[in-house]
Design a protein around this ligand. Structure first.
Ligand code: KIV
Ligand code: ZN
Length: 521
């Protein structure tokens, strides 16, 4: 068994996390999250599944060009086209990996793949060999390893290692196993890999269907797994994946039980990463979620409060500061706060590296908000900055929205849009105010959008909370859905911005794809 006690943190928020219902992100959002993952010092970022869509390809391609300190990985099924797309998408990365997979459980091989075990091995070997023509570092996953048979797992593992795989991932794809079973599986596989003279790393990828994703991952680490796949806030298919913040903070807090086990994660960036992922996806961690939930460090009972005031460790096993929550900063700025205070706050919230035009634009929006809202909370500031960064590319920009009294007559809207320094005003009607706004935008821009999903959420508390709207839209029907966000005190204005944000994403992706790669939409 390996003596290396450093655990490779493989983050799959942008791939498996994005497969959470409702969590789709656009390219700009993915780049922002990837930059935060880099700040966290994640070892490997699984940036997406390149062959899934031109949008996925483009996001991986841009992330590979932007990120310098984490390895960039793309997922690929064990088929040539997927592997080729993965190889091309990550080509520009400083450090890169292809992650290819095929199912190895009897139920998947028989019913899903309709392939014999021998055919599966052959396909896996071909995939790894082909992936090696693009990169040195190839990871192979035995999908549904949790329900696969050990003798077959060993056979396919030996074959893919001989073909060049250096990481063997054993996903509990359906979140079925218990910690003692995962421990046994990992012990067996680590022992086997040792016995064939290989130093390939055993990795885990535990889904959370029984709420055991993190427990299973920790059991696997005890048994010798040296890479763990995980996501911020535990996002992922169905009940999600093992949450990175829980794994990392358990290893740190319980060093007595994991002696010498380390990760490279800068835990002070955890809270910022959690907030960013929640704000971008609109999926808020439950309040009592370990580590990053709103109540994770809140003490409600008098006895607890008294204890913590006397000695923090009476009721706290970790300090909020360890994950980057600064004390006394939940109510921040107000109308009298100047630029310096705003900049200082941005630094505290992890946005010290804002470009000066972004800072100017964010400060302007902050001041406008101060006129309308008494207390500006941390999440308000985060959202302003995130929105400013994401809506940087303003091909079309909403400058005004006016709606009719919707309780009487036909719902109508007047929309004003800036495009190439020209201001265009149009009025329209619809089957509701929102419909009127969207139809008027379509008329102005000449693009016909179909709204697939719409979500509105209050950013902070109170009647004067900012509204954050997320729209999923396809333009001119045959194209992949685009996500747009809009932020405003007025829900209708936020909706118009979200809709136009999706259109801007669509247009800039089309433009980038035309310039950068052959996978065009
Ligand atoms: O859950 C799973 O099996 C996966 C693989 C593709 C690694 O996500
Ligand atoms: Zn998965």
């Amino acid at each position: 068994m390996t003596n290396n006690k450093n655990i490779i943190i493989f983050d799959t928020t942008l791939r498996d996390g994005e497969q959470s219902p409702g969590a789709s992100m656009n390219t700009a959002e993915k780049i922002q999250i990837a930059q935060q993952l880099e700040k966290l010092r994640v070892d490997v970022i699984e940036a997406g599944f390149a062959a899934a869509s031109p949008g996925d390809f483009d996001a991986i391609y841009q992330i590979a060009k932007t990120i310098k300190n984490s390895k960039i990985c793309s997922l690929a099924r064990a088929v040539d086209n997927d592997i080729k797309a993965a190889g091309e998408a990550i080509a520009a990365a400083n450090a890169k990996r292809i992650h290819t997979f095929i199912a190895t459980s009897p139920i998947h091989m028989q019913y899903k793949l309709k392939m014999s075990p021998d055919e599966v091995i052959k396909r896996a070997v071909n995939a790894v060999q082909y992936a090696k023509t693009f990169v040195d570092d190839v990871e192979f996953s035995l999908e549904d390893a949790g329900r696969s048979e050990l003798p077959f797992m060993k056979e396919i593992t030996q074959a893919v290692i001989e073909a060049g795989a250096s990481t063997i991932n054993l996903p509990d794809t359906v979140g079925y196993r218990l910690p003692q079973e995962i421990r046994y599986m990992v012990e067996q596989m680590v022992g086997f890999i040792d016995s064939i003279g290989s130093n390939a790393i055993v990795s885990l990828h535990n889904h959370n269907d029984l709420g055991l994703g993190v427990a299973n991952t920790l059991a696997g680490i005890e048994a010798g797994a040296r890479q763990v796949e995980c996501t911020i806030n535990g996002l992922g298919e169905r009940a999600g994946n093992a949450a990175m913040e829980e794994i990392v903070m358990t290893l740190k807090t319980r060093q007595d039980l994991f002696p010498g086990i380390t990760t490279n994660i800068n835990t002070k960036e955890i809270y910022q990463a959690s907030r960013m992922v929640a704000n971008i996806t609109g999926i808020e961690p439950q309040p009592n979620k370990a580590i990053v939930g709103k109540n994770a460090f809140a003490h409600e009972s008098g006895i607890h409060q008294d204890g913590v005031l006397k000695h923090q460790e009476t009721y706290e096993i970790m300090k909020p500061e360890d994950i980057g929550i600064e004390k006394n900063n939940s109510i921040v700025l107000g109308k009298h706060s100047g630029r310096a205070a705003f900049k200082d706050k941005l630094g505290q919230l992890g946005f010290a590296d804002l470009a000066s035009d972004e800072l100017n634009a964010a400060f302007e929006r902050f001041k406008l908000l101060c006129d309308k809202k008494k207390e500006i909370m941390d999440d308000d500031v985060r959202m302003i900055v995130t929105d400013e960064k994401l809506n940087h590319n303003k091909i079309y920009e909403i400058t005004a929205v006016q709606i009719s009294d919707c309780s009487r007559g036909v719902p109508s809207a007047v929309v004003c849009i800036k495009h190439k320094d020209k201001e265009i005003i149009e009025a329209g009607i619809g089957d509701g105010t929102m419909d009127a706004i969207f139809k008027t935008i379509d008329r102005i821009t000449g693009y016909n959008g179909t709204l697939l999903d719409y979500n509105v959420k209050a950013v902070s508390e109170g009647k004067d909370a900012l509204a954050k709207v997320t729209c999923k839209v396809t333009f001119n029907d045959d194209n992949p859905p685009m996500i747009g966000h809009g932020l405003n005190l007025d829900t209708m204005v936020a909706s118009a911005r979200a809709y136009v944000g999706a259109l801007n994403s669509y247009l800039s992706m089309k433009d980038m794809l035309n310039k950068n790669n052959p996978h065009q939409i």
